[in-house]
Design a protein around this ligand. Structure first.
Ligand code: TTP
Length: 393
């Protein structure tokens, strides 16, 4: 079966991380987010991938080239990011009658996709606690009879999870009007499809939509859970590595370091001397964590540097970020309430009691900078020595 992977979106809710990197290329457990979809699709029996790219699409194309795990990839370019139906339209010249479509920004247990593929015309689904925030499936006698977006009066708790197997002839339904939010939506195509064909809901186990920065942290936490210990890099005999820790070839862990897995230390990275890395942490390629630095449950993108006397917790540090000596991150409110942060200009709850900061690529902090919980700094932003940063920059 052909699988169309939608990876053209702007990823605007993931800013500042997507100011320079497209969302599909953000790392989850050391692999680009969209690679988790590609792997599941190949394991489920895909024989051709049609990858729809758009925003910063060259980065995706350059990374994956023309095949993945020996399965050919064709690229379709969506020139305007105006909705998932228009993304599928961009791919339509490449697809045959029966095909799968999967959002490139979701993670789930990979076997679930094989089940979806086996089910024939089907919609991936997931149980949700707050149905009014999702596209909810109306299901009667095991068949999907309707999809309602963000319903006030939900017909159930089974939400559209962003993975589908379309029946023959589905491309005829692509011509949908713009939705209220001004996009051409795949759900409107699906509403037409389910009128014409029997479509089965198939639950995707362990589903997570990775749209906002804390979901990137959560995806890393989940995917690192399955990490298997392997130490191929240079590890000092005076370092203590507990549990599932991966030190890739070309990475260095110096004396006095304590790492509590799961943790992934990628090639070219250095940790220590005397550093403490814990929780689900990824130290990206060529990143460095220096003396008397504690990193907890965080993702450091390639080239990020936290070299002296710092604490970083529950945070995402973009490429080539440089934290000045003594920079510390708050990741907990005194009242214990969930940390709030900014998404597309609005303050929203992350739902997490522990959440630190999100720093865009190339951010530099002056020495002894204090970053408040939930702060985001856009790419290239700086702070002055001793700054106490409580607002986004
Ligand atoms: P969304 O998460 O709705 O959109 P997005 O990824 O652009 O993020 P944001 O809302 O933060 O700007 O997209 C769901 C999936 O569909 C995702 O894999 C990206 C893909 N997509 C496209 O390929 N083209 C598009 O025009 C849109 C809107 C999304």
């Amino acid at each position: 079966m052909q699988t169309v992977v939608l990876a053209a979106g702007m990823g605007s809710r993931m800013r500042p991380l997507t100011e320079t990197t497209p969302k599909p290329m953000l790392p989850v457990a050391g692999q680009p987010l969209v690679e988790h979809t590609l792997r599941a699709a190949v394991a489920a029996g895909t024989d051709e991938i049609v990858l729809v790219v758009g925003y910063e699409g060259d980065a995706v194309h350059e990374h994956f080239g023309d095949s993945y795990a020996d399965v050919p990839i064709r690229y379709a370019v969506q020139s305007e990011q105006n909705g998932t139906a228009s993304a599928l339209r961009a791919a339509s010249e490449y697809v045959d009658d029966r095909f799968a479509v999967v959002n490139g920004d979701i993670v789930y247990e990979p076997e679930s996709l094989a089940e979806l593929f086996r089910a024939g015309p089907s919609i991936g689904s997931t149980r949700v606690e707050e149905p009014s925030n999702y596209g909810i499936l109306d299901v009667e006698d095991g068949t999907v009879t309707g999809i309602v977006e963000k319903p006030d009066d939900p017909p159930g708790t089974l939400a559209n999870a962003g993975a589908y197997v379309f029946p023959r002839g589905a491309l005829e339904y692509l011509d949908v009007p713009k939705s209220e939010r001004g996009e051409y939506e795949l759900t409107d195509v699906l509403s037409r499809v389910i009128r014409e064909a029997d479509v089965t809901p198939v639950e995707l186990e362990g589903w997570l939509d990775v749209g906002r920065p804390w979901e990137l942290l959560e995806a890393n936490e989940r995917r690192l859970r399955g990490l298997e210990r392997s130490l191929s890099g240079e590890v000092s005999p005076d370092a203590t590595l507990e549990g599932p820790v991966v030190v890739e070839e070309g990475a260095t862990v110096r004396a006095g370091v304590v790492v509590e897995g799961p943790a992934l230390i990628r090639s070219g990275a250095t940790v220590g001397p005397n550093a403490y890395v814990r929780g689900a942490t990824v130290v990206g390629k060529d990143a460095s964590v220096g003396h008397a630095v504690e990193i907890k449950n965080s993702v450091l993108l390639p080239g990020a540097r936290v070299n002296h006397l710092s604490y970083v917790g529950d945070s995402v540090l973009g490429r080539d970020v440089n934290l000045g000596a003594g920079t510390t991150v708050a990741n907990l409110r005194h009242d214990g309430e969930p940390v709030r942060t900014t998404v597309k200009g609005e303050r929203v709850s992350t739902g997490r009691r522990k959440f630190g900061v999100v720093l865009g690529d190339g951010v530099k902090t002056g020495i002894n900078t204090s970053l408040n919980a939930g702060v985001t700094l856009s790419s290239g932003a700086t702070t002055e020595p001793g700054a106490v940063v409580t607002r986004d920059r």
